[in-house]
Structures are given as C-alpha cells and as structure tokens.
Design a protein around this ligand. Structure first.
Ligand code: EPU
Length: 441
C-alpha cells in the first residue's frame, strides 16, 4: 500500500539527533564478510530496506545471517558459500549488492552476478569494476544480463581507474585481498566508506595500505589468514548532512551526535559561507544553528573530499530560499536534478541546463504535493517541506526509506510535524517502524 509522508512546515527545529551507521559503508562490509570463513558481527547497522536486501543477497549465496534490532547488529556467517550466483531480482533492487562480485571472485574464484543496470540518477556503468577484475586475471563474460567472472588464480597488478569510482575501488579491493602478490589501485576513491572497508579487511587479517588516499595497495594474503571479526561501522555522513540542512533550513538550533565532523569538511564550509553557525562541541558532536537569511552559494559536486553529490539536492533546497543566485553543478551523475520540478511546485525559481542549475532564491517556499524520485531528491523534499508554511505530502517514500533510519521519529524528536500515513487508510501508521521488512529480520 502506498505510504506517504505528511509534513506541516514552518516549525523551527530544536534539540538533539543521533546519527545512524553509514548505509554506504555497512553494505560493503556485509559483502566483505563473505571473505572470511566463520561468523562476522557488524555493529551500528541502520535498519534500512537496503540492508534487508543485502541480507537476502548474502543468504542467497549460502551465508547465514541474523539481524538484532535492539543491538543494531548483524551476523554474517560465511562458513560456507554454497552458491556463487546473485540473482537479478535482488541486485536490480539495489545496485550496491554488485559489490558481492569482488568478494565472491576473491573467495570462490568464480561469481555470477546480475548486472544492476542504470537507475533514475544516471547510467551508472560498471566497466571499471570489470576491467579491474580482468586485470587481476579473471575472465569475464556478460551473458543474459549477468556478469560471469572466473579465475584459475588471481594475481596482483597495477590498476588505474579513469575516474575514482567508489564501487570499482571496493570491488577491486575485495577481489585482491586473496590474490597472489600486490595490487595497486591508482586514482582510487578516497571516501570515508573506503577507509572503513580497508579497516574492516585489515581487522580480518588482510593487508590493505593507503585507503583514504588516491593510491591503495592490497598485499595478498592466504584464505587461512582471514578470520571473522566484530566491527563497528562509521556514522552516516549523508544522514548527518541532511539533519544539518534541516536545522539550518528552519532557522533552528540543534546538536547532532555520533558523527565524524571531518567527513563533512567541504559541506560544512559551504554551509558556513551561506550563513550557518556550525560549532564542534566534542569530537563526535556538532551544534548547528542559523539566525539569518542564507546567502547564495556556488557548488560543484566532486568525488571525496570534494562536495558530495549525495548532498547536492540538500544544498539546493537551502539555496531555493537564499539571498541571491546560486549556481549548482552536478559533475558525477547525468540525472541528479530530479528534485528540481518538485521544488518548482513549491515556488522555487530554478533554471536548469544540462548539469547546471541556477537557483534564484525566493523569500519563502509554499507547501505542495510532492513525489520522491530517488533517495536524495526525496530527502531534499523533506527539507523543503519543513521550510514551507502549510501541509506538504511526499509520495514514493520507499526511496527515502532506503537511506534514512526512523526518519519521522528522528524529525519528530526535534520538533517537526511529520507523519507517515497510508493513502487508503488515512490513520497514521508505522510511527516506530524501522525500514527492514519482517521477512528480512
Ligand atoms: N562509473 C562508470 N563506470 C564504472 C563505475 C562508475 O562510468 O565502472 C561512473 C558512474 O556512472 C558515476 C560515477 O562514475 O557517474 C561515480 O560512480 P561511483 O562508482 O563512484 O558510485 P557508486 O559506487 O555507484 C556510491 C554511492 C552513491 C554515491 C557515489 C558517489 C553506494 C552504495 N553508493 O555509488 O550513493 O552517490 O558512490 O559518491 O556506496 C546514495 O547513497 O544515494 C548514492 C547514490
């Protein structure tokens, strides 16, 4: 049944919010758990639909999984991998599951994984992933929509990525942990999620050096060197950036806990330039407030440590009411401005040409009935609706559920008037619902 979110905007948000574990880190750690025989336990796991899909993928491969909602942990017991095929029905629901390719090739020397295809935000090719695996000695065939990768043995080598792709860096890291000799990834992605994956692999017994820089070296180890571990994932920098935007958008004041502020340096500096006050109050908490009208800003999205594409739509929501004209350039994805027509419904003045958007700030947004088209576009509509006077509704919120744990609960705790409801039954439902379906627990 179609769930929607209803937001009555215009309220100043105040209070404290605690950030969940990072979706884009934990999904890769779950795949990495396939490399070690035995039961690996991961803590700080957010309750999200994407995590549920990854649990299903791992089960399909023969791993035994368990999710503990109270402890926010999962166990992946990869003592045995009984199947090397990850099916289309799951992989097409979540692109991140393509990362099991590298782990399976590493552990089993063979994998058959569905090609994820494009998605709403862009074509999202996987050619660098495949070239990387081939360079390690894998024969790769594309058959009937599946990647079939097979290797007699994997041998480390130098791999240069044309662009610092997060997913390609991760797949190559996972495949090369058990290769003979050393693999050097040049122009590697430098995201905090890559560092988290390297730390996880090293805790397991792998030998990964340089994660967080543009050159990562993976010195191959033997299967018996890898042991199951217990590991806590990093906080979600994009969720944190979303709550920062929310406090600023509503001219509120709040504390954001359980974050690593240095993962958000570029974003923070742009928000500060716009007129927000952001203070470090302890190593994992910041205070965010905004007392005046925001000023326009220019933004170009870039791979980390540049301005994150995942926060571009949030910055655009803020720019819609800033004083002056902001220029926002999306340089990673072809189609990541899908919030634009929805923000226009609310009175935003945005002129878009290809990957550039000119946002002329208006005084106020007005409420509207809105559609989330993808995860981050959906999040930007939440921010816009919180700013707008009156009642807005957001449809297709399953997109938002992919990446925001307990969204309504967290927003209500800081004073937002936000409810999830079912179109057919207007009564409010799911107030305390997490985003994993029961079958996935
Ligand atoms: N690309 C290629 N060929 C490849 C791989 C990538 O052309 O083989 C292109 C893509 O089409 C895209 C660009 O390179 O235009 C960047 O893609 P990248 O591989 O870096 O991204 P990803 O691994 O698919 C992850 C996050 C995204 C985030 C990007 C960039 C996960 C599960 N997803 O995607 O997060 O936007 O890195 O930081 O980690 C989200 O959370 O909403 C989200 C989309």
């Amino acid at each position: 049944m179609a769930e929607k979110i209803r937001i009555i905007g215009g309220k100043q948000l105040k209070g404290e919010v605690s950030i969940s574990g990072a979706k884009n880190a934990v999904l890769k750690l779950m795949a990495a758990a396939l490399l070690a025989k035995g039961a690996t336990k991961i803590y700080n796991v957010p309750e999200l639909t994407d995590v549920g899909i990854m649990l299903n993928v791992l089960e399909q491969l023969g791993a035994k999984t368990q999710y503990d909602r109270l402890e926010k942990s999962i166990v992946v017991d990869a003592t045995e991998i009984t199947n090397i095929r990850a099916g289309y029905e799951l992989v097409s629901r979540m692109r991140a599951s393509f990362v099991v390719l590298g782990a399976l090739v590493g552990r089993c020397k063979e994998a058959i994984v569905a090609l994820p295809g494009g998605c709403a935000i862009g074509e999202r090719k996987v050619d660098f992933h495949i070239k990387g695996l081939e360079a390690l000695g894998t024969t790769v065939k594309i058959e009937n929509g599946y990647v079939h990768a097979k290797a007699k043995k994997l041998v480390g080598t130098d791999i240069y990525l044309d662009i610092p792709s997060v997913g390609a860096t991760e797949n190559i890291m996972l495949a090369s942990v058990l290769a003979e000799g050393s693999t050097r990834i040049q122009n590697a992605a430098q995201e905090p999620e890559i560092i988290d994956l390297a730390n996880f692999l090293n805790a397991m017994g792998a030998d990964v050096v340089g994660a967080g820089t543009s050159e990562i070296v993976i010195n191959g180890v033997k299967q018996e060197d890898l042991k199951p571990i217990e590991y806590t994932t990093i906080p979600d920098r994009i969720e944190a950036g979303t709550y920062m935007a929310a406090f600023i958008a509503t001219h509120g004041k709040g504390i954001i806990r359980n974050i690593f502020p240095n993962h958000l340096t570029f974003y923070t500096s742009k928000l500060t330039k716009m007129g927000a006050d952001i203070k470090l109050i302890d190593p994992t908490s910041i205070e965010v407030s905004c007392r005046r009208r925001l000023e326009a800003i220019n933004i170009i999205t870039q791979p980390y440590p540049g301005f994150p594409t995942d926060l571009q739509s949030l910055a655009m929501a803020l720019a819609t009411v800033a004083d002056g004209v902001s220029i926002i350039t999306e340089s990673l994805y072809e189609n990541r401005f899908m919030q634009v027509p929805e923000l226009r419904k609310m009175g935003a003045d945005i002129h878009q040409e290809r990957n550039h958007a000119l946002v002329k700030g208006v005084k106020n947004l007005t409420s509207a009935n809105l559609q989330a088209s993808d995860l981050r576009a959906g999040a930007s509509l939440v921010i816009a609706a919180l700013m707008a006077e009156g009642e807005s509704t957001i449809d297709n919120i399953y997109h938002i559920d992919r990446g925001y744990e307990l969204l309504e609960n967290k927003f209500r705790m800081i004073g937002a008037d936000i409810q999830r409801y079912n179109e057919e039954e207007p009564a409010v439902i799911n107030q305390n619902k997490g985003n994993l379906s029961e079958s996935q627990l």
